[in-house]
Design a binder for this molecule. Structure first.
Ligand SMILES: O=C(O)CCC(=O)C(=O)O
Ligand SMILES: [Fe+2]
Length: 321
């Protein structure tokens, strides 16, 4: 049976001041090995402290527990730009893949695009500072992972050099808090799933799951396997960018979070956090080997088309950070 591998990244984790080239290559190979079977890997000994993660989920919960009107004052693409709050049914993942368009996600989110962006300080004073703290750690870790992948894929400094603006003006990387409310009784309304099946539009995604599982990953034979949270690990997956770069040798894998059908799981809320590592503005992504089956992607247009397909409220205005 295929399972998602666990990769010990201690030698390139944030506990090490500067990883050696050999360690980047060796850990990169282990990660690529895991990606080639499932598109995912659990990373242990990454160096992002449990306390930092736990407190972020506590602060996030405080924000999501606010009144809807207070959260809607920061509605993404309506009251704010790329940093902001997405209400339930405001972003439907499945629409990006066309496979089941019209399916509505029972989730709400808060995204941070640039560290200096305004956050809801009046109603959630801890949210901005905490997102900046964990966002900075995620950026540092992703820089290590990109360097390891560059070494393992033989791409020189290609990945490293097109992700220099993470959470800064000119970058597309984003940190997203997700909250899937309890779905007991009528709460689910017209929502049919927690997060519809999709691939990520990212290069890589770092996913933090807060205790409650439900994430599933599609294998190449069409079976879905569970990606339950493993304490102390971060789950990382490939997005569309790496699939194009490697001409499909590494595939961006479909994944989803279903609404549980039975109690008490249905009545239990779920929280997660995703750090979507995405190329800087102005990047064109092309297959490393020039494979003509994969057309180069202008990432600015690519991501805006994706936003337009998942966000009913998306407008192209002001995409510069
Ligand atoms: O909440 C999760 O575990 C998955 C979320 C996800 O896949 C996404 O937001 O792209
Ligand atoms: Fe995803």
């Amino acid at each position: 049976m295929t399972t998602i591998r666990l990769v010990d990244i201690r030698k390139i984790g944030l506990g090490v001041p500067e990883p050696s080239r050999d360690d980047l290559l060796n850990v990169g190979r282990d990660i690529v090995d895991s990606f080639s079977s499932t598109g995912f890997a659990y990373l242990s000994n990454h160096g992002i402290s449990q306390q930092l993660q736990d407190y972020t989920f506590t602060v996030a919960k405080g924000f999501f527990d606010l009144d809807t009107e207070q959260k809607l004052a920061y509605e993404r693409f309506v009251r704010t730009g790329y940093t902001g709050y997405t209400p339930i049914a405001g972003d439907n993942s499945t629409n990006a893949t066309d496979s089941a368009a019209g399916v509505t996600d029972l989730k709400e989110c808060f995204d941070l695009r640039c560290l200096e962006d305004a956050c809801p300080d009046d109603v959630a004073p801890q949210l901005g500072p905490q997102l900046r703290r964990i966002g900075t750690a995620c950026r540092q870790l992703s820089e290590r992972l990109l360097a390891a992948l560059d070494a393992a894929l033989g791409s020189g400094q290609l990945l490293t050099s097109c992700h220099r603006r993470q959470l800064q003006p000119g970058g597309w990387t984003v940190l997203r808090l997700l909250h899937y409310p309890a779905a007991g009784g009528a709460a689910a309304g017209r929502c049919q799933t927690r997060c519809g099946a999709h691939t990520d539009f990212s290069t890589l995604t770092l996913l933090f799951q807060h205790g409650v599982g439900g994430l599933q990953v599609e294998m190449s034979d069409g079976r879905w396997i569970s990606a339950e949270p493993i304490p102390g690990t971060i789950l990382v997956n490939i997005g569309d960018v790496i699939e194009v770069m490697t001409s499909g040798r590494l595939r961006a894998t479909n994944h989803r979070v279903l609404l549980p059908t039975s109690e008490p799981a249905r009545g239990t809320a779920r929280q997660s956090m995703a750090f979507f590592v995405q190329p800087d503005q102005g990047t064109t992504v092309a297959p490393l080997d020039g494979d003509p089956r994969y057309q180069p992607i202008d990432f600015n247009s690519f991501i805006q088309d994706k936003f337009a397909s998942v966000y009913p409220t998306y407008k192209e205005s002001d995409w510069k950070c």
